[in-house]
Design a binder for this molecule. Structure first.
Ligand SMILES: Cc1ncc(COP(=O)(O)O)c(C=O)c1O
Length: 426
């Protein structure tokens, strides 16, 4: 089917939730994708952080073929060979004790919120008011289901669906005083993305995360981290919190875990897990044999790639900082490992640059209006970084002037952010 016929049919038949780019992808290999016209694209987005091993990785392909010919689904009423082994691998690398498997990021996050409430109820032994309040962060993103929306600190995602889950208060991200002010004994969980992804690739500050950890420990609340985008090797460590020298009570992961097959996980401590009993939570599809078999392969490969991700991340970050020196339109360069971002001074410029790169066969993404986000596969090489940085340099040069001419006053962002405000490259 052609792009024209697919897009015509979709326009008539699908809920209009997406503004797709006019490209019909038909195959991928390694760091490249090909469209229906035979054009090749360098993929610096990896399906928003999912295809971390690149496309069509031989180990992934082999695991899918092997498992698909044996057993795809059995439900969670029975055992299969892979959940326990996958949980063993995940608990080993996370420093946590137990896992629950589900189908997506938002579902992992919902489960984590339920865990926080259940843990607080189970520990409310003296008849006082149970802890129910959840502190979430401004500018965060946790998914599209109701609990996830209720803890997502961006009004544009929440507004059409109110009323949401009650009992959530928002804290200014990285504001120690605000966290201290809003935290009290009624709080059951402090929820943080270790690096905010949709919010523009903004890492949490060390002092802020340490304060959240201290406050929750002292009062018996939980520190719940969302590493759905930044976890599982993306920053050059298994988990982004490992750059900060602490371990949360609960962490959620998803995107790259099964290399494109739907799989998410909640990881937690023995102490928290002890509040869960059979029947309290579950899923039909989550943690099926096919997705789990592939995830085991992913974790084998991820381990081998961590050093490479750190090295390439540093190389990429340094090249972006060099661009920053050349371009007045760049407001900030931030990120860790292979989760990098360049913030520019107007939405119009960000849009034009992303569009131009796409025309040149490079896939990146614009998030939070003015932020160019890069989530390449872990298997990229320096030459791929060089190609992207060169194209970015040219696109910024070409579009800075025209965007200044065309960007309306309304589109201009608030006062430019201080360069180098928050970085977590380690
Ligand atoms: C940090 C974070 N949390 C949660 C989600 C939701 O994941 P999913 O789209 O798999 O439901 C996302 C998706 O982008 C995310 O980046």
């Amino acid at each position: 089917m052609s792009l024209a016929s697919v897009s015509r049919m979709e326009a008539k038949l699908l809920l209009p939730t997406y503004e797709r780019q006019p490209i019909l992808f038909v195959r991928g290999r390694g760091v490249y994708l090909w469209d229906s016209g035979g054009n090749r694209y360098l993929d610096f987005l990896s399906g928003i952080g999912v295809n971390a091993l690149g496309h069509n990785h031989p180990a992934v392909q082999a695991a899918i073929k092997r498992q698909a010919s044996r057993l795809i689904h059995i439900s969670n009423l029975y055992f299969h060979e892979y959940q326990a082994e996958l949980a063993r691998l995940l608990t080993e690398i996370s420093g946590l004790d137990r896992a629950f498997f589900c189908n997506s990021g938002t579902e992992a996050w919902e489960g984590a919120l339920k865990l926080a409430r259940a843990f607080a109820q189970a520990n409310n032994k003296n008849g006082s008011r149970p802890k129910t309040r959840i502190l979430a962060m401004d500018n965060s993103f946790h998914g599209r289901t109701f609990g996830a929306l209720a803890t997502t600190g961006q009004p544009k995602y929440r507004a059409p669906f109110v009323p949401l889950l009650p009992g959530v208060s928002f804290v200014k991200f990285n504001d120690l005083d605000d966290l201290q002010r809003k935290f009290d004994s009624s709080v059951c969980a402090v929820c943080i993305e270790t690096i905010q992804g949709e919010g523009g690739v903004c890492p949490v500050n060390k002092e802020f995360l340490q304060l959240a950890s201290r406050l929750t420990k002292q009062s018996g609340a939980l520190l719940v981290l969302d590493e759905i985008q930044c976890g599982l090797g993306r920053t050059g460590r298994h988990f982004a919190y490992q750059h900060y020298g602490l371990t949360p009570d609960v962490v959620t992961v998803a995107k790259p875990l099964a290399c494109g097959l739907p799989l998410g996980a909640i990881l937690t401590t023995e102490r928290v897990a002890s509040c869960i009993h059979p029947g309290m939570h579950g899923t039909t599809f989550g943690g099926g044999p096919l997705a789990c078999a592939v995830a085991i392969e992913f974790l084998r490969e991820e381990k081998k790639l961590l050093r490479h991700v750190r090295e390439l991340g540093q190389y990429f970050h340094a090249a972006l900082l060099a661009l920053d020196k050349k371009h007045k339109s760049i407001q900030d360069v931030r990120g860790a490992g292979l989760m990098q971002a360049v913030e520019v001074d107007s939405p119009g410029l960000a849009k034009a640059v992303a569009r131009q790169l796409l025309q040149e066969g490079i896939i990146i993404n614009r998030t939070h209006e003015t932020v160019l986000r890069f989530l390449p596969p872990y298997v990229i090489q320096k030459r791929h970084v060089d190609q992207v940085v060169k194209a970015l340099d040219a696109a910024l040069r070409k579009n800075s002037e025209s965007s200044n001419r065309h960007t309306s006053k309304k589109e201009k962002t608030a006062p430019p952010r201080r360069k180098g405000a928050i970085h977590a490259h380690a």
